[in-house]
Design a protein around this ligand. Structure first.
Ligand SMILES: [Zn+2]
Length: 185
């Protein structure tokens, strides 16, 4: 215990008005991360522009005791078009925290040159060579969903699945989401 560095994890978010809000000081990165993720679910109701996680070693004076673990920026989601899409600025992994969405982009864990992206409500999965093309794929899907939402019919949803290939079964729940005007807006 005497030699061990004692470290703490501090998640924080920055609001549109420039005010940084600390979310607490936690003993493990895992807990700090779950606190931050919970908070990001409120992105829809709040004006947040960035989020970060800092590790601090205690009893060290000044910034040498701190280490920025990651920084995320908030962008417009390519699928639901709300400002709820959080991108890790180092790894470029991303996820939408908007309700009913959950669009994501992630490095493929097996093959380095592949970027995976997906949209859980339709079990949509796609592999792209770059983050940009993954964003484009999600954007195309967003446009399709919008069209399906505007048509507000099961047929539009089915046509969508036929075009993109059906990965899972089209459940009533998915159909309801497709017709949700909030998604189409
Ligand atoms: Zn979204």
């Amino acid at each position: 215990m005497a030699d061990a560095e004692r470290e703490v994890f501090v998640p924080s978010v920055e609001q549109g008005d420039g005010i940084v809000v600390g979310l607490g000081i936690f003993s493990t990165e895992k807990i700090a991360m779950s606190v931050l993720k919970d908070f990001l679910k409120r992105t829809e109701q709040m004006d947040l522009i960035s989020a970060e996680m800092t590790r601090w070693v205690i009893d060290i004076i000044g910034h040498e005791g701190s280490n920025l673990l990651f920084r995320m920026a908030n962008r417009r989601c390519p699928v639901c078009e709300r400002n709820t899409f959080w991108i890790d600025l180092v790894s470029f992994n991303a996820m939408c925290y908007g309700s009913g969405c959950g669009a994501w982009i992630e490095d493929n864990i097996h093959i380095e040159e592949i970027i995976d992206c997906g949209w859980p409500p339709l079990r949509f999965l796609h592999q792209s060579p770059t983050v940009e093309s993954a964003m484009t794929e999600l954007g195309k899907m967003g446009a399709r969903l919008k069209a399906a939402g505007q048509a507000d019919s099961d047929l539009a949803a089915k046509a969508f699945l036929e075009e993109y290939g059906e990965e899972g079964s089209l459940t009533d729940d998915v159909l309801r989401k497709m017709g949700d005007p909030k998604l189409a807006d």
